[in-house]
Design a protein. Sequence first.
Length: 341
Amino acid sequence: MKVYTGTDPALNPMAVADFARRAEAAGYDGLHVSETVHDPFLLALLALQATEQIVVRTSVALAFVRSPLLTAYTAWDLSKMSGGRFHLGLGSQIRQNIEERYAMPWTAPAAAMREYVGVVRAAFETFRTGELVAYEGDRYRFTRIQPYFNPGPDTETSVPPIYLGGVGQRMLRVAGECADGLVTHPTNSDPRYLVDECLPALAEGAATAGRSLDDFDIVAGLQVITGATDADVAEERERRRRLFAFLYSTPAYRGALERHGFPDLQGRLADLVRRDDWDRLRDIVTDDVLTAVVPTARYDALADVVRERLDGVAPSVTLALPDNPDQDRRMADVIAELHAG
């Protein structure tokens, strides 16, 4: 099993290099960088420059706030300068954020993502061969690139794999049609979701495109509560209780709580967050809730817990790098166990 970690969205860009070096030293296969408060491609560049072996993947860069050709240029350059260690992870966003935060027009995300990936792949092939490979869709058209603007022909640069982030059935089918892999959301990485909803949708999309999923990668965005001792685990549980409430207050993640037997919890959490009423937190996000939804184990048992959930379902997983660098060696042991199978 491959193991990835991710940067904290608020991590200062000046600290990305050190974080990436820690991840590489701990034995992670790769590092995910998100698009939250910093540009993900800038963060990816900093991480790639600081490392020698690990993959760096945008997880995820928002597709519809930037031109697909500009995305292709950036991804190609990052792959070239890193010897093929860059992976392009793309995702959508909710309508309110696209229109009001990014000041961009909204479009139906699944159909647009299919075309967006089509343009990016056409651009990659254009760069590789030096000849225009056109793409025409309902939303995107890539039909012109003069030699002056074409970085090819370039057969030495590794074509960046494309991963999609997604939860809903439509986006999962698109991933099965046209992506190299899928990064699942932390709220939707439990075995029941992966087996009952994710895998069938991916297979349906692949069948539509007449392709095989034999080499398709699923990266399960797993949340865990862990620590070196039982006391450490208990302390981490308290820290995660508030984060859990905020995360699962989002209506889109109601289904995840329903799968675990908590059909009314999302509404209660939304009310708590809306009222800023954190005094009721322990009454709503009980230990039973956390135990059911978030895998919990000391470091010395964590690999077994991860394998129990994901063996035969997802070949890759994300596990957070410890907040305390003194605990990196414990996570390194977990990673080594997961690599060993």
